[in-house]
Design a protein around this ligand. Structure first.
Ligand code: EMZ
Length: 386
């Protein structure tokens, strides 16, 4: 069995019922599995809100490990749009050519260091440093800062044996508090300072609001980006011809990026809390209960994607929702897309093939579903173009 194959555990339940129930910390969640239904619920932010108790829309729930509301993620319209307007332009900077060229230098330097190794562990030695270094660009701060974040490991709220590790989460909160205080004392051109200087309806954002945006920026794109980078390396190792195609078909890279993100869907699902008694696919949803919008299942829905379980690098019609959809679509999506695009381009320019030496899969368990989301370790050797 190829290691870069990611099965769809939801197919049967999606076809038969369209939903499934799981329990997370004694708080049940109805998973919505069909593309069409996920879309409908995501757009219906009045009935399915994000602005519940901080942490409750995350699965596993983070209500026991944080009180800070993540912004704009856990805020509903119209306030959501006001926050979003403040930061949208900043999160579109990855499209600028200067940003892209700095990202290219980072990834290219990192790869050069890795090419010399005979046995390289991708998650810790490549994907985590890449994610952290790239994040310094998004925050517009010194690349050196990435060293601190690399030491935190792949997930800031989870340690290896505990998905809800309050001690670990506190490291991030304390760090962000400290950075906010530094930016107050010494404003610069970084995201903290930009947020502290911005006005919302004539008032400056509070420290708590700035913290809410920063926690999301750190946590939201961490394990997800690491997984999609690692999984992409595994895919290329088993499909060396894909690099050849990327080298030869100049326009393929955009479609290939979207397709890999669809196929891997690194965030399985995101929750919402019902604001009234309602129904989804004939299934009753009680007021104040949780549903999950299962992006991973929707992205394998055969009524939308032809041959959904195949990676088709030049897939034409690809309305995937790996970054969510509707008001709350992922604000870090541009940054992530650039990372994958630049990664593919850089690999194509330097690498002939990748030997996959060994791996340990990272399997998430959601009730009866076991979903491979990435790797805990992936050992490879890069073979450069000579
Ligand atoms: C939250 C979430 C955001 C959550 C879009 O996802 O990502 C998770 O990894 C974090 O644990 O707090 O930021």
């Amino acid at each position: 069995m190829k290691k870069s194959v990611f099965h769809d555990p939801f197919e049967k339940a999606r076809l038969e019922k369209g939903h499934s129930q799981i329990t997370d910390q004694d708080d049940p969640v109805v998973m919505i599995l069909r593309h069409e239904d996920v879309l409908k619920c995501a757009h219906n932010f009045e009935t399915f809100q994000s602005g519940a108790t901080p942490g409750r829309i995350v699965i596993p729930s983070e209500v026991n490990i944080r009180d800070t509301r993540q912004i704009p993620f856990e805020v509903d319209p119209p306030k959501h749009g006001e926050y979003r307007n403040l930061i949208e332009a900043w999160f579109k900077r990855p499209f600028q050519s200067e940003y892209e060229s700095k990202l290219t230098t980072q990834i290219s330097d990192l790869l050069d260091g890795m090419i010399k190794k005979n046995d390289l562990e991708i998650v810790s030695e490549f994907a985590l440093p890449l994610q952290s270094k790239a994040l310094t660009l998004l925050l517009n701060i010194s690349e050196k800062e990435a060293e601190t974040w690399i030491a935190w490991g792949t997930h800031v709220f989870r340690s290896d044996d505990n998905p809800l590790d309050a001690t670990k989460a506190n490291i991030l909160y304390d760090y962000i508090d400290e950075q906010i205080d530094k930016a107050i004392a010494n404003p610069g051109e970084d995201l903290y300072s930009v947020l502290l200087a911005s006005d919302l309806q004539g008032e400056k954002l509070s420290k708590e609001e700035v913290k809410g945006v920063m926690i999301l920026t750190f946590a939201g794109g961490r394990d997800t980006v690491i997984n999609v980078v690692t999984n992409t390396i595994a895919y290329i190792a088993e499909h060396p011809e894909s690099l050849e195609r990327i080298r030869n078909e100049k326009r393929l890279i955009h479609k290939a990026t979207e397709e890999l993100i669809r196929y891997f869907s690194p965030l399985t699902h995101m929750g919402r809390v019902a604001t009234k008694d309602t129904k989804v696919c004939e299934h009753a949803i009680k007021n104040d209960s949780r549903i999950s919008l299962c992006w991973a299942s929707a992205n394998r829905d055969a009524s939308v994607f032809e041959n959904p379980n195949e990676v088709i690098l030049d897939r034409n019609k690809n309305p995937h929702i790996a970054f969510g959809i509707g008001t709350h679509n992922c604000i870090g999506a541009h940054h992530t897309r650039q990372i994958i695009k630049v990664l593919l381009r850089t690999l194509a320019s330097k690498i002939q093939s990748i030997d996959l030496l060994d791996c340990e899969e990272n399997i998430e368990k959601w009730g009866k579903f076991n979903r491979k989301v990435g790797f805990d370790t992936l050992r490879v050797k890069f073979n450069p173009i000579t």
